[in-house]
Design a protein around this ligand. Sequence first.
Ligand SMILES: *[C@@H]1O[C@H](CO)[C@@H](O)[C@H](O)[C@H]1NC(C)=O
Ligand SMILES: *[C@@H]1O[C@H](CO)[C@@H](O)[C@H](O)[C@H]1NC(C)=O
Length: 278
Amino acid sequence: MDPTSLQRLVFLTSLLSCSTNQARLTVTPSRSQVFKNEPVSLRCEDDSDGWTVMRNTSDGKITECEDWGISAGSSCNSSHMDTWDSGVYWCESTEGSTSNTITITVSGGSVILQSPALPVMEGDDVTLICRTKMADPPSADFYKEGVFIGTESAGHMTLLHVSRSDEGLYKCRVQNEGESPESWLSVLDKPTTSMDPPTTSSAPPASSLHLVFRVICHLVVFCPYCISTFLMVSIYRERARGSDQSVSMAMNPSTHAEQGLDDDYDDVMSAVTTEHQF
Ligand SMILES: *[C@@H]1O[C@H](CO)[C@@H](O)[C@H](O)[C@H]1NC(C)=O
Ligand SMILES: *[C@@H]1O[C@H](CO)[C@@H](O)[C@H](O)[C@H]1NC(C)=O
């Protein structure tokens, strides 16, 4: 293989590994709401470091961990959340790649709704917990999109086998205590392939679109690998056969092989370029 082809292959490989680079943001506790002064720990999960936890607070300020938490590697802790820490959190790499987002609401009141911070899968059972600062409430009223959906003892409401229709804004109310902020519950379609982890989703409205994009991305990334492996094998076979023949005979077929190789690489390259633009 001539140096140009080798360079192209190296370039192709680095492009592909770049496009699969993705982190996942998780939060502890894995709840969408906390009381004022409670701690929160955020982590960017990825094979490599170099991810920073970012946030956009309700005043529209976009800041990185250093400005509001204690960062170490790709994690970020805030020991005392305050109401102005409410906002959307995500991970960002130095190259500008971003992860899924998590919305955290800090309540200055006395009631919170503990709903999952990350999207849940279709078919899962989801428990919404209505908490008060002092003790577990004897009972709580639950609302979806502002509409009363039921009273539950101990403030635990379990939604059985959730579907997309369970998505929405939930809140709860405890008598003589008050009402929690609202939080969005996001439900993902069950994936049809095992290739795609369900939790690499984005913000609620974009979650299914993002999932589709990830599947396509995986396929597009996987195909060129197969093609280039196939090309390499066939080229080496061609070469091995060519070297068996006399030098004068081998010149022409070998040149043809090189020609064909260049054409094929051009095809692969244009395919990759198309993927990159998209
Ligand atoms: C940040 O949050 C504010 C308020 O929620 C929103 O209006 C704004 O569009 C967000 N900015 C970005 C860049 O997402
Ligand atoms: C953040 O908190 C978690 C658990 O609460 C702890 O394991 C981790 O070391 C902390 N990280 C930093 C940067 O303080």
